[in-house]
Design a binder for this molecule. Structure first.
Ligand code: KIV
Ligand code: ZN
Length: 406
């Protein structure tokens, strides 16, 4: 569905023009690593394997399967996923330490395509208070970590943790050194969900413009949702040339969570006229993935959650329902079938109109005369004032009452 008033993302920073083929954005899913760091979201091996299988079927490019040094269980599940999954790259997280990197390397070794994701904090706050290291020591350790990892897997990703609060000059210095050491993906995380869309856009553009060897690496965004801007920030990074986005199913993750995979994918798809990008994700698997994760973790998404929430394609107001019955694009910018729902839900409640009631009655097998419809509608409104939601059983009872009584 297109929007005639749509504008396009500025073209200066990306290679694609609106006529050129769309730029492919790699989806790096970290549900099994950062997502599992969500309080209450821990999963056992069998559960992780099931989620990994669905991520593979969905077309996820990279699955971050865990943090192998964290526990024997984490190591075992990353290894099992690496042995089982064949279509996605399997990634293990490691701090810049020999023990971490060796554990990650051993765990991802069986993968058809393996990645080690090494990270080291770079912001002044982390350098001074957490690591107690000088900038020179940080660069030295980042380079050593990337070099060690590069000989033990197919490709290395490096993350300057807290990149979005790191001084520009120092960030450029670390990024350049990590690429020289062999990192082919540079992820610039907004570790504490602090940045804004305009700010992250500027930061990514700055790195692209100032780091001389940047073309040897893919830039990646990894945004947390502390201020509710993880998806908007990720998309702004894409506008600034990021070629990979890190995200999780249902947006689970540390604290307020990570950018939600389903929202990123559908924003890029629905607004391809603006972003000129696509992903390899089969969007019809978004709802099944969301449900599997909720079932596995016990963490339900709110009803109005974008894309996968129960209300995401539900319309209650009479005006909207009437529009929908005439032409879906009046109030729907995506179709529910596209994300894996079976259909649009015209919910009957006190805001609903006659058109929706007639439509539901027809679906339930009743063809009402105009007079019958008026009478049923009157009773329906009285009932709707008393109940939050009207079910099919209520409609059947009202119609049968009226038909047998008339
Ligand atoms: O949020 C973060 O900085 C992380 C890193 C490990 C990439 O999750
Ligand atoms: Zn994170």
């Amino acid at each position: 569905m297109s929007n005639p008033t749509a504008t396009s993302a500025p073209q200066d920073q990306s290679e694609q023009a609106s006529s050129a083929s769309p730029r492919l954005i790699r989806i790096f899913d970290t549900t099994l690593r950062d997502g599992e760091q969500s309080p209450g979201a821990s999963m056992n091996l069998a559960e992780k394997l099931e989620v990994a299988g669905l991520l593979q079927e969905m077309g996820v490019d990279v699955i971050e399967a865990g943090f192998p040094i964290a526990s024997p269980g984490d190591f075992a599940s990353v290894k099992k996923i690496a042995e089982t999954i064949t279509e996605s790259t399997i990634c293990g997280l490691a701090r810049c330490s020999d023990k971490d990197i060796d554990a990650a390397a051993d765990a991802v070794a069986p993968a058809k395509r393996s990645r080690i994701h090494v990270f080291l904090a770079t912001s002044a706050i982390h350098r001074e208070f957490k690591l107690r290291m000088t900038p020179d020591e940080i660069v030295e350790r980042a380079v050593a970590g990337v070099k060690r990892a590069r000989n033990r897997c197919d490709d290395v990703e490096f993350s300057p943790e807290d990149a979005c609060r790191t001084e520009y000059d120092f960030l450029c210095r670390v990024v350049e050194a990590a690429i020289d050491a062999g990192a082919t993906t540079i992820n610039m995380p907004d570790t504490v969900g602090y940045t804004t869309p305009r700010e992250i856009y500027d930061r990514f553009m700055m790195v692209r413009n100032r780091v001389p060897n940047i073309d040897k690496a893919i830039l990646s965004a990894h945004c947390h949702d502390d201020l509710g801007m993880a998806v908007a920030n990720s998309l702004a990074a894409v506008e600034a040339g990021a070629g990979q986005v890190e995200c999780t199913i249902n947006g689970i993750g540390e604290r307020a969570g990570n950018a939600a995979l389903e929202e990123i994918v559908m924003a890029l798809k629905t607004r391809s006229d603006f972003y000129h990008c696509n992903t390899a994700i089969d969007s019809k698997r978004l709802v099944p993935a969301s449900r599997l994760l909720s079932k596995t973790t016990g963490i339900q998404v709110q009803r109005n959650k974008a894309i996968v929430g129960r209300n995401a394609f539900a319309h209650e107001s009479g005006i909207h329902q009437d529009g929908m019955l005439k032409e879906r694009s009046t109030y729907e910018i995506m179709s529910p079938e596209d994300v894996g729902f079976s259909k649009t839900d015209l919910v009957l409640g006190k805001h609903s109109g006659r058109a929706a009631l007639a439509d539901r009655a027809k679906t339930l097998g009743f063809s009402l005369t105009p007079e019958q419809l008026v009478a049923v509608f009157e009773q329906f409104k009285l009932l709707a004032d008393k109940k939050k939601e009207i079910y099919d059983g209520d409609i059947i009872a009202l119609v049968q009452q009226k038909i047998s009584g008339s």
